[in-house]
Design a binder for this molecule. Sequence first.
Ligand code: HAM
Length: 434
Amino acid sequence: MAPSKKTYKGCRDFYPQDMRVRDFLFDRMRIIAEQFAYEAFDGPLLEEVALYKAKSGEELINEQIYSFTDRGGREVAIRPEMTPTLARMVANIHKQAAKPLRWYAIPNLMRYEKPQRGRVREHWQFNVDIFGAPTNLGEVEILELIVSFLTSFGATNEMFSILLNDRRVVDSVFTTLLSLDEDSSYKLYKVIDKAKKVSLEKLDQMINEILVKSEQQQIFKDYLNIANFEQLNSFLAKYKIEENCQEFVNFVSLIKDQPYTPFIQYDPTIVRGLDYYTGVVFEIFDKHPDNNRAIAGGGAYANLLQIFNETPLAGIGFGLGDVTLRDFLETHKLLPDLSKPEHDLIIYYTDDNNQNKSFELARKLRQEQLKIECNLGTIKFNKIIKSAENKGYTFVAIVEERDGKAQVQIKNLKDRDNKFFNLNETQEIIDFIK
Ligand code: HAM
């Protein structure tokens, strides 16, 4: 039987038109990360499964990981996320590195998921992380970076919001107020993480299975009803847990008057599914109802290096997926038209005698960094414009004989401007088409 022409489930082929979009998005990721002085890094596609078992959480390990035993008997996995690789790399060098460390990467990751809108099995993820920043200032910078990234496409706070919470708040509610043991705390974390994905009745049922006492249920309802930072402050004061959450309260006052403040909203249901977060956690959501998957998620993790028996080094960062980003930009019409390639000029000739002259002109212009297509073979004069328009060109060059001398005619297909040049007038040609 012939092999299928389809991709493996949940994976994508990137034809040139898809690559143009991908390159556009990745270029923007690199530009913004580098504007904030983050440096690129990368790691291997395969890691030992043990790396993820340490801190990534049950869902990732039991349901989503692609793992196998290699020929040497090692249990390995295709990376489902980048943070453990990043932590492993940082653990190797952090003692001698100047802090803070600011790193970014755009890895492809694989998770065994049910493909649906915003969810695939292979996706690319813009990862930006900072290690060893002074208290709360890494958090402040990471939020500014991600907002700069999304607003660089023209996005506004009518289109997306950053839903923010802090694991220390949740931990205080679970341990100090609800007196939950580790096991019940873990279960309740998973319930909140799913809060937006299940019906209210189902949510109530899941909560009541863990919180059996009515006063526990009341406190937890109060917690889930917190709608903004003022209400959070009142809740912390009412239940006397301000002290445990002081760092988050300080952080909230730090981000009060930042340009990105209007994008940020407190949300008690944001806890994040990955186990390593210890402080601020956030997810970015599109406000359009068509896109209900998070565009990005991240948070602060103080203890990730300890899995390698290293001294603690606090980190904070986020991952932003290419699929959810593209859905967001397309829904809000923020993606430029990339349906045609953007080359500078196409050169045609109608007579074989001008073939080498056309190649020579192309060579000279490429040396000046222009992107030049040379039409291979002769073409009838009256077919030139249509051919160039179909390929999406604005400028067309036609190498032809005029008064016994080879010349090039350049046409601007947008404003129909038209000019003749000698073949050696490279700079004049560049000035005309730039
Ligand atoms: P995450 O929330 O698992 O976090 O993923 C981050 C983002 O990656 C999601 O918000 C979504 O945009 C995208 N994403 C995740 N899974 C899929 C999928 N199956 N299909 C399409 N897009 C997906 C992390 O991975 C953390 N390691 C991020 C991080 C970096 N935290 C700190 N630093």
